[in-house]
Every structure is written in C-alpha cells, then in structure tokens.
Ligand binder design. Structure first.
Ligand code: ADP
Ligand code: ASP
Ligand code: MG
Length: 450
C-alpha cells in the first residue's frame, strides 16, 4: 500500500476561483495527498449534456458555449499566470463548438461522452494552475492515458488489470515529486475513444484510481460535511453520521443517496481503503468515515431516495403454478441489457423497476422491441415517475416489530411495491415521485428526530 491519499473534489467544490482555492488549501494541508481527482465546474456537465443531446438552433448553441466560457474565464481572470490555462480552455471550447454542431445533426452515446468529457478536461487545467499559483508542485495528468474501459458509452465498465498496469507505468512515478491533478468521470476505450461512468461518476473514478495506486485513503470532498441520515436538502433536521460501514454506505449509494456514485465503494471495499466524506467549504467540520469495521450498528442508519424510476408490471394467468415464466421474462430483459432493480411477484403477476444512471439521463424506458417480446408472453403495463425510498440499517431482516412503526408512519401513502428480506441492510418501497420527499420527511421525523 502506498502512503498517499487520493482526494476527489465535486462540481460545487470547484465551482469558481474561491472554491478552487479552498480545495488547494485542503490539499496543501495534507502532505499525503498526492492525487487529486476533479469534477467539472458546477453546472458545466448539464450544459454539455444539453449540447450533446443536439441543440438545433445555432443561437442557442452559441449561448450555451458562451455560458461555458464565462464559468471558466471567471477563474482564469483571477489566476496569477493565466496564459497556459487560457489557451488550453480556448482551444477546448472551440472543439466543444464543433462537436455540438455535429450533435445537432446526429447525436449518439459515443459523441455524448466525447462532448461531456470537456467539463473535466477544462476544470483540471484551472485547478492545476490555482495550485501552481500557490507555489504547489501540481501537474495535470490526462486520465484517459490510464483509465481503460470497455466501449459502453455513458456507462462504461472499468478494465481493472489494464488500469492498474498503466497506473504503475505512467501515474505512480509522477506522484513521487508532484501533486497530480486529474479528471474524474472519464476514461477511454482500447481505441482511444472517450467514455464516461455515468452522471456523478467522478466519485467512482477516484475510487478506481485509489485502487490502482493502492492508496492509503480516499477523500471525497463535496458540499456537505459528510453523509447525513438523509439528504439534508429534503429533511432539514438530517444529521451527519460520523462513521458508517461499507455495507450500509453501499446500500445508500445504490439506493440513490446522491452523495456517492453507486459504484464508488466497490473498489474501496476490494482493497479495504478507508473513505472519508467531507465539505471542502467547511473542512473543519469533519465528516464521515466509511470503514469495514464500525463501532455502532444501529437498526436504522439513514434513508435514501432514488427518483426517476419506471415500474413495469407483467400479468399472465399462465404463471399460475407454471415454471419457466420468470426465466423467459429475464431472458428477454437480459437480451436488451435492461437492468432490473426491485422485483416483487404474485401468482399471476410480476412487478419490477428499471433504473437509469447513464450520462445522457432521461427516464428509464422499456425499449419497444423488448416490450413487444414480453407482450407475446403476458400483458405489460409501464408507469413512469416513481421513486424508491430505502431505509438503510443493520440486522433489519432479523429484527421484530419495527415494520409496524415504519408502515404506520406511511399510512397515508400509496405504496406500490415493498421489498424486504433479501438484505439485512435495507427495507425499500416504491411510491409516486410527487409524494416521495414528503414520505422521506415523515419517516425521518419518526425514526431519526425523536
Ligand atoms: P459533488 O458535486 O460534490 O459530487 P453531489 O451533488 O453529487 O456533490 O452530492 C452531494 C449532495 O448529495 C448533497 O448536496 C446532498 O444534497 C446530496 N445527498 C443525498 N443524500 C445525502 C446524504 N444522505 N447525506 C448527505 N448528502 C446527501
Ligand atoms: N461532472 C460529472 C457530472 O456532473 C461527473 C461528476 O461530477 O461526478 O455528473
Ligand atoms: Mg456527485
């Protein structure tokens, strides 16, 4: 294990010059921090996604590129040595303009990844210069030189062995004498095409890099001082959790707690790398440690909310006492690479949810061809605008009595699916998006504010 830490800074942490200067101070304060992974400046990826989806009107495209220019030039204007970053950003913005024009004719997942990657490519020029201006020995590194992935654009799979070998060769030697600043979110396939890990993917990038360099620790610096009992934007009385296990934090990330990309903890867990989550704005407030062993294992730890779920219900009287029906359903879903999340069954029907975390965004859809094949087997209903709420904790499938409390708190809500029993760490249910925040608030008040 190397002695150094990997520190990741999210979009709001690198939103402007002041925010980047706070990041530089956090990095400077810890001599063990040798690798810095940065997101795009706040708001930039959203603009790039809009351009990548194809903006027909030229005037709108120009206005969006102008917004990108303003965000980045507001930082450049405050640099002591602005020239290198200025010419780099200018040339990247030119490329954005021509790629956005191409997307207005024909967008694709491949072109989307190429376009959205400009956010991290630009922000890292700025952060590196902010650090150099403070006298730090910072150097910018193109992560696509080592972050090898497959070609699943928008939701790339990391190729761990290649990443590790390339990191040994190209990245680790650079860390000896420098603080290396690099891009989160992006990678490259074997042909050198740019790929991405899906929205929020910089957390995952940082964890993959920490794994590849065998880091001693992974720091996720964001806009809240740690992981809270629920999203503090939803429940104002949510409180920070000082310490949480990998299993609980993974459940939270998987069930939508935006604070961590769902895959973040997989590499950290594989190598037992402790993860810290804190606020780059208020580092003195401390944060959350995610570890294998934790002192307390409360029954209820936190509530996560994942929006934008699609519910698919399949009905067939032929299911009654038949075998092979579910196998056929799953064969069709697998053929179209549809990932299923929650699932519940009855004698004559199956309900399941589809989730989507890829870069292009939008509501998860059941592709028309998949629906047609399923309709040969059964009746298919699709409902959009659903949310999953997950109550995360410990020993839940082995404890008595608490379900009464949970469900009586939610008695006024129409719960569409309930999933319980598969994991000792969660109980989750599906309800309509319009009431999801209110349900989280009620549950939080009952279980965490008493
Ligand atoms: P970054 O840009 O740093 O990656 P994100 O916006 O992706 O930041 O994640 C931080 C946000 O996650 C917080 O501002 C908060 O609204 C949200 N969030 C969701 N669930 C939680 C939770 N349980 N604890 C803390 N923050 C949460
Ligand atoms: N910039 C990307 C996004 O906004 C990745 C990230 O910030 O983690 O989704
Ligand atoms: Mg994030």
């Amino acid at each position: 294990m190397s002695a150094f830490n990997v520190a990741k800074f999210g979009g709001t942490s690198v939103a402007d010059f002041e925010a980047m200067s706070r990041c530089a101070a956090v990095i400077d304060n810890n001599p063990n921090t040798k690798l810095v992974v940065s997101s795009a400046c706040s708001g930039v990826t959203n603009i790039l996604v809009e351009l990548a989806n194809g903006v027909q009107e030229e005037a709108r495209r120009i206005a969006l590129v102008e917004q990108l220019k303003e965000i980045h030039f507001s930082v450049i204007g405050q640099l002591k040595q602005p020239e290198p970053a200025k010419s780099a950003v200018e040339s990247l913005l030119k490329s954005v303009t021509s790629a956005a024009e191409a997307a207005s004719f024909q967008s694709s997942d491949k072109l989307t990844d190429h376009i959205v990657a400009y956010g991290e490519r630009m922000s890292t020029h700025l952060l590196t210069q902010v650090m150099q201006d403070r006298g730090m020995n910072a150097v910018r590194f193109n992560i696509r030189d080592i972050m090898r992935t497959d070609s699943s654009y928008g939701k790339a799979e990391a190729q761990l062995e290649e990443i590790s070998a390339l990191a040994d060769e190209k990245l680790i030697p650079l860390c000896k004498d420098h603080v290396v600043v690099t891009q989160g979110f992006i990678g490259a396939d074997a042909e050198g095409n740019t790929t991405t890990f899906g929205r929020g993917g910089s957390d995952y990038s940082a964890a993959l890099i920490a794994e590849a360099v065998k880091a001693a620790g992974l720091e996720i610096w964001t806009d809240v001082p740690g992981i809270y009992t629920t999203d503090p934007r939803i429940a104002s009385k949510a409180s920070p959790i000082p310490e949480i296990s990998f299993s609980e934090a993974s459940e939270m990330a998987n069930f939508g707690a935006k604070i961590l990309h769902p895959s973040t903890l997989v590499p950290a867990l594989r190598h037992q790398i402790p993860v810290f989550v804190g606020s780059s704005k208020e580092p003195e407030k401390g944060g959350t440690w995610i570890r294998q062993q934790v002192e307390s294992q409360p029954l209820f730890r936190a509530i996560a909310l994942r929006r934008n779920q699609t519910m698919v219900t399949l009905h067939s009287p032929n299911m009654f006492h038949a075998y092979g029906f579910l196998a056929e359903v799953f064969q069709i879903l697998a053929k179209y690479q549809i990932s299923v999340d929650l699932i519940t069954t009855s004698e004559v029907s199956v309900a399941l949810t589809l989730d989507k975390t890829n870069t292009a965004g939008g509501a998860p859809e059941l592709p028309a061809e998949a629906r047609a094949e399923l309709e040969e087997l059964c009746k298919v209903d699709v409902e959009y605008n659903q949310s999953v709420i997950a109550l995360v904790g410990n020993k839940m499938s082995g404890s008595k009595g608490y379900a009464k409390k949970v469900f009586s708190t939610l008695e006024d809500f129409n719960l569409r699916m309930i999933c319980y029993g598969a994991s000792q760490h969660n109980l989750c249910f599906l309800l309509h998006e319009s009431v999801a925040a209110e349900a989280v608030q009620k549950l939080h008040a009952e279980l965490f504010e008493g």
